[in-house]
Design a protein around this ligand. Structure first.
Ligand code: PLP
Length: 468
């Protein structure tokens, strides 16, 4: 680290003054009930500065920090595989997939969490740590805190998925569900860190977190020597900061490419702004990347090492999730599939013929969201289409339509018909959602329908294809 802050258990700052309000503020409830009200009653509206993530003194990690992390976490986290993709040829590149979603809690976050916990002083280990997180960082911290016998408190905003909350509880952590969003959850966590003398561990900007994530870079270079590029999804920036630090030190010619969703391109925005800036976030499939303001340490470390940032459209993330299930038998979450999405979208075509590693960094996808992603992915590439067709309202009318679909090898997913709004009393409108082999098969279906029926309304060109 270019600047090392040895953190005592209670040196958070309010308004620049160390522990400025801690002694006069009312004690906080520890079960999370009424905590926000207490926070408001104490009139603590100023942001409490995390001394490890001070905007005025950003900390850059070094290669040495990453190797120290690798040494310390060895044996405590999985060394995940990085095989060649079975579809390498169809992508036109030597594509390798670093499968870090295979960590026990389903994401790379364990690396940083374990390193941060192992780096605590004995006193800090006894007191415990606190963090605010929507999911992956919380799970990683709770799991390793449990394994290392270090008390962990996580504040999860009310929007956090129930399953993720439950998992953290299963790891015996103190889990407080409070705050309408991450900002509120974090404000509470910072406040509690002061009140209870718990060290706050930022999930993407704490230097030990970044160094821990960097160990992925070391593994990649051992598994795939001399890659032309490493493609990394970016949220708060800690992951790419760590990986870039490791990779550029050992293989300076390897390109580091960051990928964000169009709905939360806060790192790209920060680079345009020449510093972290609040970026409004929209609903995204890649919820792991939805960080409105990237970390100051992460930004300072990563920016000089990143070769390119790419912003992908959401449809391509859905297609990537679908492809990874169908072709690689990998279940990843949106954030985990963002790297492949950039390749599928044709945004990394300059890497054709090259050796490329894509990081699949998380697999914690909500089951219902997963189902929706697969459907959207199918629709985005034109394999799930819908059409309306008017057929004759006599015995055999709909039967003939179904025969046409059978002949074409098309599978009906949904079918309904209605009459009341049609001009012609002897016709019925049939609405069909069906699955085809690909978009050209869908176009054949469209032609066949047009040949046989006068009134046909067919799906538009699928989103993913129209944007390529
Ligand atoms: C699955 C997954 N991928 C990528 C990221 C981005 O990591 P970072 O915030 O360090 O940039 C996250 C962050 O939570 C994540 O959960």
């Amino acid at each position: 680290m270019s600047q090392t802050a040895k953190l005592g258990p209670s040196n958070g700052q309010v308004n620049g003054k160390t522990n400025g309000v801690a002694s006069s503020a009312p004690a906080l409830e520890t079960n999370g009930k009424d905590t926000l009200e207490t926070l408001e009653a104490a009139n603590v509206t100023e942001e409490i500065v995390d001394p490890f993530c001070d905007p005025k003194k950003p900390i850059k990690i070094s290669f040495h920090d990453v190797t120290s992390a690798a040494f310390l976490i060895k044996g405590g986290v999985e060394r995940t595989p990085c095989p060649k993709s079975t579809s390498s040829e169809s992508y036109g590149m030597d594509l390798y997939l670093k499968k870090d979603f295979l960590q026990y809690t389903g994401s790379f976050k364990e690396r940083g969490a374990r390193y941060a916990l192992l780096s605590l002083t004995e006193e800090q280990k006894r007191q415990g740590v606190i963090s605010a997180s929507l999911g992956n960082h919380a799970q990683a911290l709770c799991y390793h805190g449990w394994k290392l016998n270090i008390p962990v408190t996580v504040i999860m905003p009310k929007a956090a998925p129930i399953m993720k909350v439950q998992k953290c509880r299963n790891y015996k952590a103190r889990v407080i569900v409070e705050g309408k969003d991450m900002a509120e959850a974090k404000a509470l966590a910072m406040r509690m860190s002061q009140e209870e003398k718990l060290l706050y561990i930022n999930g993407y900007d704490h230097p030990h977190i970044m160094a821990g994530q960097g160990t992925i870079g070391l593994e990649i270079l051992e598994q795939v020597p001399d890659p032309d590029a490493v493609v990394v999804p970016v949220g708060g920036g800690g992951l790419i900061a760590g990986i870039a630090t490791a990779v550029k030190a050992l293989s300076p010619r390897t390109k580091i490419i960051g990928v964000e969703s169009e709905k939360c391109a806060s790192f790209t925005r920060a680079m345009e702004n020449k510093g972290p800036i609040h970026t409004p976030i929209k609903n995204t499939l890649a919820d792991g990347l939805a960080v409105p303001k990237v970390g100051y340490n992460a930004y300072a470390t990563a920016v000089p090492l990143i070769d390119r940032m790419v912003v992908v459209r959401e449809e391509w993330i859905a297609v990537a999730i679908l492809r990874l299930v169908e072709e690689e038998k990998c279940v990843v979450e949106g954030a985990g599939g963002a790297g492949l999405a950039a390749i599928l979208a044709g945004q990394l075509d300059d890497l054709k013929g090259k050796k490329v590693v894509v990081l699949l960094c998380g697999g914690n996808i909500d089951t219902t969201v997963f189902g929706r992603c697969l459907e959207r992915g199918l629709a985005a590439v034109g394999r799930l289409v819908k059409f309306n067709v008017e057929v004759i309202d006599r015995p055999g009318g709909i039967h003939d339509l179904c025969k046409l679909l059978t002949r074409m090898g098309v599978s009906i997913k949904d079918i309904m018909h209605e009459r009341a709004w049609l001009n012609d009393i002897y016709t019925v409108e049939v609405k069909v959602i069906c699955e085809t082999v690909d978009w050209s098969h869908s176009l054949q279906l469209k032609n066949e329908l047009k040949k046989n029926y006068a009134k046909v309304k067919f799906s538009d060109v699928p989103l993913a294809l129209s944007q390529k």
